[in-house]
Design a binder for this molecule. Structure first.
Ligand code: NAD
Length: 398
């Protein structure tokens, strides 16, 4: 019986697992450091304290069919593609015939001094919870000291993640203000962005919709302001060729992501933790290794640039890689991956959102509704109906 190992139980890994479990000609081993799957696209909800972590996680065992799959909770240290072995932190090395690498993303600091030490990350459930705990602690400190820096929240980077986080923080303001015993208007939210025009993937009307809300909420969006360094409770950025400083007790780092460090440490040919895979999603040097999700780069032939890493493309890659493994086992030719872009929607708070459904621009309640349907769809694709029923978003107006 062929051995398939899947590394990572995120969108890509779990989707591949569910597809492979439909047939029983292979034995599958799924490895993840956690015993739960989390919705990476909803981390801002936990970081802002708007949702408890239980709302965005579910147990991996809910998805594992123990007749064909063994789940190993452990950390992947390294892959040896030539020996076909995966080194784990605690368990014996894992041998495979086919490997699916879906190890996900890490925060990218671009070597900016002090970012790792002095800013908070939001890359998994643990770090998202830390952000909220930190905000609460700073609100308590304000009560003792009356120092305004404790009421100042800074989001570094106005990409998708940064903007969604800003929206969630805005929504959390009333709760934070209660702890600090101040008016919500006294909580200041800053978002500092290197480029002049945020969210270039959206048309002007959609971007304006977002900017209008930020404006209405008095969010201080500083564009053309690349961050140069983070010092304790201080962001150093430049604007108009001048170095400027902003003092704040909460600094959250969302300036972009790279793929898992395991990719580079395993000797794959990579750039920022991502491997430019073959059209069929295999590693260029190993046709039994599929590299999918945030550790993978797939060229969009239209733009001649890799597709952005999203939950949506990860789900499609997971399904495709699993089907290609089934084809390989049966001795059939593998097929090339084509990405069907269903659109992308960014939320700003629970009831406002904007983006594209297919190629149609949407904003406001319809977009917010679509965003929730997208979340429910990804729950269905990875976890199944049970997870949609218990964790799905059906509260259309709140
Ligand atoms: P990103 O790379 O898309 O955005 C990072 C932002 O930080 C950019 O605007 C960049 O200009 C800015 N930045 C970088 N260095 C900076 C510096 N030194 N100073 C100031 N600003 C700086 O990263 P992301 O937002 O984490 O998103 C990662 C991926 O996940 C993207 O592909 C995104 O599309 C995807 N994503 C999708 C959704 C969704 O579909 N709803 C949500 C979140 C993320």
């Amino acid at each position: 019986m062929k051995e398939v190992a899947i590394l990572g139980a995120g969108y890509a890994g779990l989707r591949a697992l569910r597809e492979l479990q439909k047939q029983s000609e292979m034995h599958i081993t799924l490895v993840d450091r956690n015993d739960y799957h989390y919705e990476a696209t909803d981390l801002h909800e936990v970081a802002s304290g708007n949702q408890p972590k239980e709302k965005i996680i579910y147990p991996i065992k809910d998805v594992v069919d123990t007749k064909v799959t063994t789940f190993v909770q452990d950390e992947v240290k390294k892959i040896d593609p030539d020996q076909q072995v995966v080194e784990l932190k605690q368990n014996q090395p894992l041998h495979y015939d086919y490997l699916v690498v879906a190890l996900g993303f890490e925060s990218e600091t671009f070597g900016i001094s002090g970012a790792k030490e002095n800013a908070l990350e939001m890359v998994d459930v643990e770090t998202a919870e830390k952000v909220y705990d930190h905000i609460k602690a700073m609100m308590e400190k304000y009560k003792e000291t009356k120092d305004k820096k404790y009421l100042r929240l800074v989001v570094c980077g106005a990409g998708f993640t940064g903007i969604e986080l800003v929206g969630a923080l805005q929504e959390g303001k009333t709760r934070y203000a209660k702890i600090a015993n101040v008016d919500p208007a006294e909580i200041e939210i800053y978002c500092i962005e290197a480029v002049a025009n945020i969210l270039p993937m959206f048309n002007d009307s959609l971007t304006q919709y977002c900017l209008d809300y930020l404006n209405k909420w008095n969010v201080h969006l500083l564009t053309s302001s690349p961050i140069k360094a983070i010092k304790p409770e201080r962001v150093i950025y430049s604007n108009d060729d001048q170095d400027k400083e902003l003092e704040a007790a909460t600094i959250i780092w969302t300036t972009g992501v790279s793929g898992s460090h395991v990719i580079g440490e395993s000797g794959f040919s990579e750039k920022r933790g991502r491997v430019m895979v073959n059209d069929d999603l295999t590693d260029p040097d190993h046709e039994n290794i599929y590299i999918i999700g945030d550790v993978s780069a797939v060229m969009d032939k239209e733009s001649n640039r890799p597709y952005p890493t999203t939950g949506q493309i990860s789900l499609q890659m997971g399904e495709h890689a699993a089907k290609n493994i089934e084809r390989q086992v049966k001795g059939e030719p593998k097929q090339d991956f084509t990405f069907k872009n269903l659109g992308s929607v960014a939320s700003i708070g629970n009831t406002h959102a904007f983006g594209y459904v297919g190629s149609t621009g949407v904003k406001g309640y319809p977009a917010s509704f679509m965003k929730k349907m997208i979340m429910n769809r990804s729950l269905l694709k990875t976890g199944g109906l049970k997870e949609v029923m218990s964790k799905g978003r059906f509260d259309l107006y709140h």
